[in-house]
Every structure is written in C-alpha cells, then in structure tokens.
Design a protein around this ligand. Structure first.
Ligand code: ADP
Ligand code: MG
Length: 273
C-alpha cells in the first residue's frame, strides 16, 4: 500500500518509513579468550526481533560464554556484537572502539533479561519481593506500581497463588518460573536462557518450557541454550549448533535435526537420541 513518506514502502521490521529495524542480536566474528584458551573463535549469527534462537552444542563449546558476552558478563576480545543495533559495551568513533561509559553499559544491560540454570532467588524474600526488587531499586518504581506489575507477572507464569511463598517453599520449577517473572519485571527487549531446565527434576521441566513457549508466542525475542530438542523443534525459528567456539551449522530446527549437514552435528545429535 501507499505510505505517508514519499512513497517508501512499509514492511515488517521497519520502524519509520524507509528505516529498517536492526536485528535484535547481531554477532559478527565474535571472539573471546580466557588467557591462552580461545573459547569463542569467530561466532557469527543473527536473531531478528520477535524470533527465538535455540543454541545447542557439547559441553565446553562456548554457549554460556556467548550468552555472557551478550549480557555484559564477559567482554568480547575481537569481532562485533550488537544488540538492537547498538554495539555491546563499546562505542565506535572513526573506526576505533572505546569502552562504553558505565552508565550507558548499565542501561544496555538492563534491557536484557537472563535466566540461569540455577535460579539464584533471594532466599529471605518471598516470590513477590524477589520480583519487585529490581524494578524498585533500578527503575525507581513506586512499591505499589511494582507490586501491581509483579502480581501480573506471577499470574502470567502460573504462580499467582505463590506470591507470598519463600523460595524454599517452592519446587525447582516454581522457583525457575519466579526467576523468569523477575527477569520480565525489568521489561527486557531480549531474554537469554542458559539451560533453564537442566537443574530440574524431569517432571518439572514441562511447566518451565510452557512458560517460555507462551513468552515466545507473545513475541519476545529469545536466545535459549537448551538440550530440550522437542522444545527447540517446536518453538525455535532458528537452531544453531556450536562446537569448539564456532557455529558449525544453523537453520530451521526441523531441517537441522532431521538432515544435519555436518559430521559434528550428526555425531552430537546421534548421542542425544
Ligand atoms: P558451554 O556453555 O558450551 O558448556 P562455556 O561457555 O561454559 O561452554 O565454556 C567454554 C570453555 O571456556 C570451557 O572450556 C570452559 O572451561 C572455559 N571457561 C568458561 N568460563 C571460564 C572462565 N571464567 N575462566 C576460564 N575458562 C573459562
Ligand atoms: Mg553452559
């Protein structure tokens, strides 16, 4: 159809007429070393906004390190990493990189939610108090507003009845759902999950994956490190197989799972089945 601005067309991913929205995550040859150990050896991938990328690969392949780079917990040594069009942790002037002002880096980090294998809730605070903490401290929300939002988020993850329970009174699956609500309370534009169900008893895995599936259906952009292949197949838009610090293969999950092209992908998948 026609648009207001000089006939430029409007399509998906366009913010203003003619201005293409950047991908939510863009990694271009990202490298990370720990001393002499090269952990990420040039990781390149993209996550479009509203999409879900699942990351799989053997232990030690650099999956967590990659998520930690996105979330400012590690610093990239070479290559470029962008979130929503902004360089993570650096600013670029005249082709040179400068460390980002701490306040700006903190702002970037606030816009990203992360959920870990171990939920790390504050043990002496209730589910609700865990969820209102950051919005009150960091976003300066009034308690009343924070409580209202946290209650809605706890309802969203199926825990309306557990608002006043302490972590020790909750199952692992319930604690992880509180952790997801806590991350969502900061209204992130990107959610990172690092093996969110790996520490759970098998019967509790489904309730956490269900919450994540709903979040994806609601349009949240997500990067999920997981071994749950059924989840990846159903929910991921893109499945990425990493090994030895590089992306070996990526594509639509069904194609990658049913017809892996690389020997390393085949070997990894055959061990899972
Ligand atoms: P994955 O999540 O795929 O299992 P990681 O990103 O956790 O892999 O780790 C990749 C490699 O980096 C491993 O060899 C690990 O021992 C190493 N590593 C991770 N974190 C550190 C660290 N803080 N210091 C030194 N080595 C690390
Ligand atoms: Mg890991």
């Amino acid at each position: 159809g026609t648009t207001r601005d000089e006939g430029t067309t409007r399509d998906e991913g366009t913010t203003r007429a003619g201005e293409q929205a950047p991908p939510m995550v863009l990694a271009d040859q990202v490298c990370k070393n720990y001393g002499a150990l090269k952990v990420l050896k040039g990781v390149s991938l993209e996550v479009q906004r509203g999409k879900v990328l699942c990351l799989i690969g053997p232990s030690g392949s650099g999956k967590s390190t990659f998520l930690r780079c996105i979330n400012h917990l590690e610093r990239v040594d070479a290559g470029r990493l962008y979130v929503d069009g902004e360089l993570v942790g650096y600013s670029e002037r005249g082709g040179r990189l400068y460390e980002l002002h701490p306040a700006k880096a903190a702002r970037q980090r606030r816009e990203i939610g992360m959920v870990f294998q171990h939920f790390n809730l504050f043990p002496h605070r209730t589910a609700l108090e865990n969820v209102i903490e950051a919005p009150m401290l960091v976003r300066r929300l009034r308690r009343k507003d924070a409580v209202e939002r946290a209650s809605a988020l706890l309802a969203q993850v199926g825990l309306a009845a557990k608002a006043d329970a302490y972590p020790a009174q909750l199952s692992g699956g319930q604690q992880q759902r509180v952790a997801i609500a806590r991350a969502l309370a900061m209204e992130p534009k990107l959610m990172l999950f690092d093996e969110p169900t790996s520490a759970l008893d098998p019967e509790l895995v489904g309730e956490v994956l269900g919450v994540m599936k709903n979040l994806a259906a609601a349009g949240m952009t997500m990067v999920v490190v997981t071994h749950e292949m059924a989840f990846a197949r159903e929910v991921a838009d893109t499945l990425v197989f990493m090994d030895g610090g590089v992306v070996v293969e990526s594509g639509p999950p069904r194609a990658l799972l049913e017809n892996p092209q690389h020997e390393r992908t085949q070997a990894f998948l055959s061990k899972l089945l």
